[in-house]
Design a protein around this ligand. Structure first.
Ligand SMILES: [Zn+2]
Length: 95
């Protein structure tokens, strides 16, 4: 496995977004800042929770008008499938 990067850049549609891990977030696991085009991911997230949050925030970034329910439904569906298919980091197996 390559080392986990704290920051990376990703194209979401035709927009360039930054992904910032280990963010200090209080009331949520992730956050989209549309002004700076940054997705923040809470420190301490890992495994299926991290995967679900990354997908969730990416969907918000790409489709800002999509309802929260639709975003949750799709991100949970995809993350559960990827988890079941074994897309995990090595340190997540002891959970
Ligand atoms: Zn949301």
């Amino acid at each position: 496995m390559p080392p986990v990067r704290k920051r990376r850049t990703v194209y979401v549609g035709d927009q360039r977004w930054k992904i910032q891990r280990n963010a200090r977030l209080r009331d949520c696991d992730g956050k989209c800042d549309y002004k700076t085009r940054t997705i923040f991911l809470r420190a301490g997230l890992h495994g299926a929770d991290l995967l679900d949050t990354i997908l969730h925030e990416l969907i918000h970034a790409r489709w800002p008008d999509l309802s929260e329910d639709a975003v949750c439904e799709f991100s949970e569906t995809v993350s559960a499938l990827l988890d079941a298919e074994g897309f995990r980091q090595p340190d997540d197996h002891e959970e």
